[in-house]
Design a binder for this molecule. Structure first.
Ligand SMILES: NC(=O)c1ccc[n+]([C@@H]2O[C@H](COP(=O)([O-])OP(=O)(O)OC[C@H]3O[C@@H](n4cnc5c(N)ncnc54)[C@H](OP(=O)(O)O)[C@@H]3O)[C@@H](O)[C@H]2O)c1
Length: 281
């Protein structure tokens, strides 16, 4: 798979499966634009890309994707500098042990795991359209299977723990993928999402409380980040999926998501609520 001349924006690539995916895509010739929140970790990831695939002009942009203003700012910075983006990988995510609101008044899982995907993608829309055929890839999770979405309570105010809120945010990834694929069907931009498997990364280990201990222990049984990144790389680069859109993938295969993830009405309601909450109406 060759990606010379292609520009790829990726979030959550300072660690875990995002870092491996970025390195592999760079090795195929893609120019990588990372979005990181921490300067030392962003610089370290950029250095690894420059060593793995030198001379392509990889870059790092900074934003804490938990915050609406930061996502809008970084999307504006990137779209001003990059008239053509061929691949966007929304991958940054986290699980927290308890409910807390962001400075925007949003529940943290909803803000980081869903709304940042939504806002960044719409913020880069013109550059994605200009580069068509282009691809959007959303890292979701099989955790969505246990989730129920209450459109009247997207911020989980009626009671929730971290695991439930995480599951809901990952269901939002599938619903967003479905609705975006529908809306952009004629734009030459495919939109797909994936479950990476249970992967031995730092994921969950900084959640706080008992959850951190459980994740640290459970990761002993996880697959490697290299295996976890395979489906991201496949969706970003393989000619086999050039025309596939709106799909949910696991181990590089199209699979059936939970019925709740195929609810077109819920997908459209989530879209309209996200537009309102992000202040882009
Ligand atoms: N690991 C699994 O078993 C598993 C299973 C299913 C789905 N997933 C999904 O896979 C994705 C990546 O997870 P991973 O396993 O690679 O986790 P990870 O090793 O913890 O990496 C998470 C990445 O997201 C970044 N990030 C977190 N909060 C951020 C914020 N507020 N702003 C900007 N960037 C932020 C982190 O940056 P820092 O370096 O600054 O922390 C890091 O680069 C997530 O969406 C997760 O839901 C993972």
């Amino acid at each position: 798979m060759k990606l010379e001349g292609k520009t790829c924006v990726i979030t959550g690539a300072t660690a875990g499966i995002g870092l491996v995916a970025a390195e592999q895509l760079a090795a195929m010739g893609a120019r990588i634009l990372l979005i990181a929140r921490n300067q030392a970790r962003g610089d370290a990831a950029l250095q690894r890309l420059r060593e793995r695939a030198p001379g392509i002009g990889h870059r790092v942009y900074y934003a804490d994707l938990m915050h609406i203003t930061a996502v809008k700012r970084v999307a504006a910075e990137i779209s001003a500098a990059e008239p053509r983006i061929h691949i966007l990988i929304n991958n940054a995510g986290a699980i927290f042990s308890y409910r807390r609101l962001t400075e925007d008044g949003l529940e943290r899982h909803f803000a980081l795991n869903h709304l940042a995907y939504f806002l960044l993608t719409l913020g880069l829309r013109e550059s994605l359209f200009a580069a068509a055929p282009s691809r959007v890839i959303n890292t979701a999770s099989a955790a969505h299977q246990a989730a129920k979405l209450d459109i009247g309570d997207l911020q989980s105010a009626r009671g929730s723990n971290g695991v439930l809120a995480y599951q809901r945010s990952k269901l939002c990834n599938l619903l967003f993928t479905r609705e975006l694929a529908r809306q952009w069907a004629d734009a030459g931009v495919t939109v797909n999402c994936l479950h990476p498997g249970f992967v031995a990364t730092d994921f969950g280990t900084k959640s706080g409380g008992l959850l951190s201990i459980i994740f640290r222990a459970a990761h002993t049984f996880g697959i490697s980040p290299e295996k976890g990144a395979q489906t991201i790389v496949y969706l970003a680069a393989s000619p086999e999926v050039a025309d596939v859109t709106g799909g949910y993938f696991f181990r590089c295969r199209l699979i059936q998501p939970a019925p709740a993830a195929e609810d077109d009405s819920a997908a459209q309601h989530l879209w309209f609520e996200s537009v309102k909450l992000a202040g882009i109406a």
